[in-house]
Design a protein around this ligand. Structure first.
Ligand SMILES: [Zn+2]
Length: 463
C-alpha cells in the first residue's frame, strides 16, 4: 500500500459563521468515496447559486456563502470535457457511462462502450474490492445517471431491465424514485425478489428513518421524486439530503469502506423547463447535500468527496436588458437605478423573489395544456401563475396565452434571467474534489479520465 502523506488545509465552518483554519492529515488510498453528480449543472448554474448566496438576499444564506463555495475554496478543482465518441454534446446516459467506466460511449448507451461492449463500472470494481456500494437519486433510480453506474444496456429507456440488473449488482443502498420499474406489469416482481435478497424495502420517510443497518431499497415515487420547489406538498417523502444521510449511515458500517453515488437529478428537469425559480430550489437542495456530505467527510478524513455534473442544461443566467418605454416606466416605479436610463443590469433582490415559488412551471404548463383553450382567460392564467410563483404576476403584456412556455420565458426575462436553450449544451464543466487525492483533479481533463484518477486514489489498481 502506498503511503502518500499530504496535508489538507481546510477552512472549518463553525456555528458563528466565522471561519477558523484547521489542519488535517490524511493518507492515500482513500477509503470512502462520495460522488455527487448534479445533473445538468453547467458552470453558469453553479454561479447562479453561489452569487445568490453571496448577495445575502436568500433565506439560509444571510450570514455565510454557499457550501458549494466553501467546497471549492477548500478543495481542488478543474475543468473537464464531456463529449462522447463522435459527438460534441452528450446526454446523461453517455455521460454517466463515460464517468463510471472510463470508456468512450454514445448518447443513449448505459454501461456499454461506443461499440456496444459491456464496460466494467466503478461500483462493480468497488464491490470486488470488498467495499459497500450505494446509489441515491432524487429522479428515479433507473434514470440514466444512476443506471450508468449500475447496469449495462444499449437503451436508457429499458428501465425495467435496468432495475433487474441493479438487483443483480446488489448495492447495499438504493434510494430514489422509480417504484414503477420494480413492480407492476412487464417485469418480474422485483420488490418481492429484493426482499428475498435481504433488502428492507421502504416507501416513505418514516420507514426509511427506521432502517439502521443492512441493505435498503427505498422507492419514494412511481417515477421521479417531487421537484424541490414542491416538496412542501409531500411531507412523507424524504428529500435528497435525508436519503444521502441515511446512505452514509448505512454504508459507513462497512470496515472496508464504501463508494456512494448521489445524483441531484431534478436540476436537469428544472433547467430543461427553463424555470429559474425551480432551478434555484434544486440548487439550494444540492447545497444542503454538499454541506451534509462535507460534515461526514470532515469527521472521516479518509473520505474523498467529488462534486461534478454530467453536462450543461439550458444555459441560464442573468443578462442585461435594453428596456422599452414601458419597461423603463415599470423599473422606475420599482425603484431601480437604470444604467443610461434604460438598461437594466439585474438585481440581487430577484433571488428573494425566486425563492417564493411554490410550484414547478413545467407541471403548471402540463396542467394548463390539458385545459380547453376557452378556459385560458387572462384572469385565470394570471391567478394560476401568481399562485405558482408566490407573488402577483402581471401578464397584461402577453398576447398568446396558449404559448405557456413562451409566457414563462418572458416572466423569467422580466427580471433579467434568460435561457439560451431547452436542450443540453457542450460547456466545459467544473469538477471539485475534497479529501485524499484531491490534487489529482486539478487542471483540464475529460470525463473518461475521472475513473482512472479514482482507481488510483482508491487503490483499485493493485491486486
Ligand atoms: Zn443529465
Amino acid at each position: 500500500m502506498r503511503k502518500i502523506l499530504f496535508l489538507l488545509v481546510m477552512l472549518c465552518s463553525v456555528v458563528s459563521g466565522v471561519h477558523a483554519e484547521k489542519l488535517i492529515t490524511s493518507t492515500l488510498p482513500a477509503k470512502n468515496l462520495v460522488w455527487i453528480i448534479a445533473d445538468g449543472m453547467g458552470p453558469e448554474l453553479m454561479g447562479f447559486l453561489m452569487e445568490g448566496a453571496r448577495s445575502g438576499a436568500m433565506r439560509d444564506y444571510k450570514k455565510d456563502v454557499s457550501a458549494m463555495e466553501h467546497l471549492i475554496r477548500d478543495g481542488e478543482q478543474g475543468l473537464f470535457f464531456n463529449n462522447t465518441q463522435g459527438t460534441i454534446v452528450t446526454d446523461s446516459a453517455a455521460a454517466a457511462t463515460q464517468m463510471a467506466t472510463g470508456r468512450w460511449s454514445l448518447p443513449g448507451y448505459i454501461g456499454v462502450d461506443y461499440q456496444g461492449n459491456s464496460a466494467e463500472n466503478l461500483l462493480e470494481l468497488a464491490k470486488q474490492k470488498g467495499k459497500a456500494i450505494g446509489v441515491v437519486s432524487d429522479a428515479y433510480v433507473t434514470d440514466a445517471t444512476p443506471a450508468g453506474f449500475t447496469a449495462h444496456a444499449q437503451n436508457r429507456r429499458d428501465k425495467t431491465e435496468i432495475a433487474r440488473q441493479q438487483l443483480v449488482l446488489e448495492p447495499e443502498v438504493i434510494l430514489g424514485g422509480g417504484k414503477k420499474y420494480f413492480s407492476g406489469e412487464n417485469n418480474e416482481n422485483l420488490l418481492a425478489k429484493a426482499e428475498q435478497q435481504g433488502y428492507q424495502v421502504v416507501f416513505d420517510k418514516k420507514s426509511l428513518a427506521k432502517v439502521h443497518r443492512g441493505r435498503v431499497l427505498g422507492l419514494f415515487a412511481d417515477k421521479g421524486m417531487p421537484m424541490a420547489v414542491e416538496t412542501h406538498a409531500y411531507p412523507k417523502t424524504p428529500d435528497l439530503t435525508e436519503m444521502t444521510q441515511k446512505a452514509l449511515e448505512l454504508l459507513a458500517q462497512d470496515e472496508d469502506g464504501f463508494v456512494l453515488i448521489v445524483e441531484a437529478g431534478k436540476l436537469d428537469w428544472a433547467a430543461h423547463a427553463n424555470d429559474a425559480g425551480a432551478t434555484l430550489a434544486e440548487l439550494k437542495l444540492l447545497d444542503k447535500v454538499i454541506a451534509s456530505v462535507r460534515k461526514f467527510a470532515d469527521k472521516h478524513p479518509e473520505t474523498l468527496m467529488y462534486l461534478n455534473a454530467d453536462h450543461d442544461t439550458g444555459l441560464g443566467a442573468f443578462v442585461y436588458q435594453n428596456l422599452d418605454n414601458a419597461g423603463v416606466a415599470r423599473k422606475t416605479q420599482q425603484g431601480e437605478v437604470l444604467y443610461k436610463g434604460d438598461v437594466f443590469y439585474g438585481n440581487s433582490a430577484t433571488y428573494a423573489k425566486l425563492e417564493k415559488q411554490r410550484r414547478s412551471l413545467y407541471l403548471v404548463e402540463q396542467e394548463m395544456k390539458k385545459l380547453p383553450a376557452e378556459k385560458l382567460t387572462p384572469a385565470f392564467v394570471q391567478k394560476q401563475l401568481s399562485r405558482a410563483l408566490g407573488y402577483p404576476v402581471d401578464i397584461s403584456e402577453f398576447e398568446n396565452l396558449t404559448d405557456v412556455h413562451g409566457l414563462f420565458k418572458q416572466i423569467n426575462e422580466q427580471y433579467g434571467f434568460a435561457w439560451a436553450t431547452q436542450a443540453h449544451a457542450s460547456s466545459v464543466l467544473i469538477g471539485v474534489a475534497y479529501g485524499p487525492g484531491q490534487e489529482q483533479f486539478k487542471g483540464v481533463y475529460h470525463n473518461t479520465e475521472i475513473l482512472p484518477k479514482l482507481k488510483n486514489i482508491l487503490n483499485f489498481n493493485e491486486d
